[in-house]
Design a protein around this ligand. Sequence first.
Ligand code: BGP
Length: 456
Amino acid sequence: MKPKQFLWGASLSAHQTEGAVNEDGKIPSVQDTRIRNNPNIADFSVAVDHYHRYKTDIKMLKDANITALRISIAWTRIINRDGSINQLGLTHYDHVIDELINAGITPIVTTYHFDLPDYLQQSGGWKNRDTVTAYYAYVKVLFEHFGDRVKQWLTINEPNIMLLADQKIVGFHDDAVDRYQSFYNLMIAEKFAIKACHQLVSNAEIGPVPNISYVYPRSSKPEDIRAAMEFNSIRNWAYLDFSIKGRINPIFKAHLHSLGIEMFIQPEDRELVANNVPDFIGLNYYTSATVCFPDENEARSAGVSDQQSEDVYEPKHYKGITNPYLRKNQFNWTIDPLGLQTTLEITNDRYETPILITENGLGAYDELTDSYEIHDQYRIDYLEQHLTAIDSASENGVQVVGYLPWSAIDLISVHEGIKKRYGFIYVDRSDSQLKDLKRYPKDSYYWFKRIIGERS
Ligand code: BGP
């Protein structure tokens, strides 16, 4: 990927912004049917009503000098339950994409962002190879229909996090064998997307979009070093090795073997895997991770308080811990800009592929003042520090082709509703009250506009 100019933009996803869950023939996704542990956080039924207000949102983004917007298309708006195409869904995204292009904003489209059609989950989800077939049919519709206008594509949002995260959120499986089978099928699905994109869209570029965060060892104790090596392979390199190098990462493979699971590229998939290589890497980064070798007497949660580490535990292998050298944000996530530089340089060292930063941002409680302003200096600080890290990585030879922070507008956080805000644009609603959903630029909006102006 070599855009003529650095892409200055922002990101969002369909289910976290659109709402309109029963409109224009949309069928339920796993996000619509998901049972929430906490009933007090907003669901996705209205979200921030981007489905109806996309014109306002795009106009505000254009006014901020943004030149690229990462959106996702909801599979559940495009393909009906019987496999036929929903024209109303295509028409909606025609309007969105045309609006973006007319505003001088390049659309960068993720085909699937955590919102698997619920009926596919009911028949086994990603564990079932039929879901790969259904995905292939779906993405061919996207490329055929939108390929004349959309030239930059992203395959599947964060399969590596789907592997590790709360299974109820992303519609995966609790059983380890099923989970790794699902992971394999996701990696194969991506290969079909790359194949179809290159066949059907002229001058297309397509990349994976994993969440890559370098994993530190807690100490120089050899067991801790090995725990970090192992978790790096599982969290980061397993997916990218398959995607870019067409191989099962050997440390990941050995880890699976120790769990009694064998993973290898099936003979019938070998050609597909070898011949369909991405053009760039889309990379989501929020913070680094730290692990130690788990002491048998240490409880899983001992010493763990930051959210990024909670799910990281495999007895006898590794355990997530809070990095004592890092500050935390209001939601207990550590902040590590230098970790972004390290992550970029190691990713470049391994893959030598251009990198588009597709997510990076700060979740925070924002306050709307009586004069309708939002003073989010903490977000500006976070983004400034991460931009400095990107600059340093670029000076050290990493080809970073764009920066698309999360998120363009406030949206519903996957885990924590709307109280945890990421946007450059404030949306006036709370978890319990819809209010008027009006949009207000935050201080970070004006800051980003100035940065883009100065650096374009
Ligand atoms: C990424 C997802 C996004 C977004 C972000 C922040 O993993 O791709 O969809 O939600 O994380 O996470 P959260 O919403 O849990 O704060």
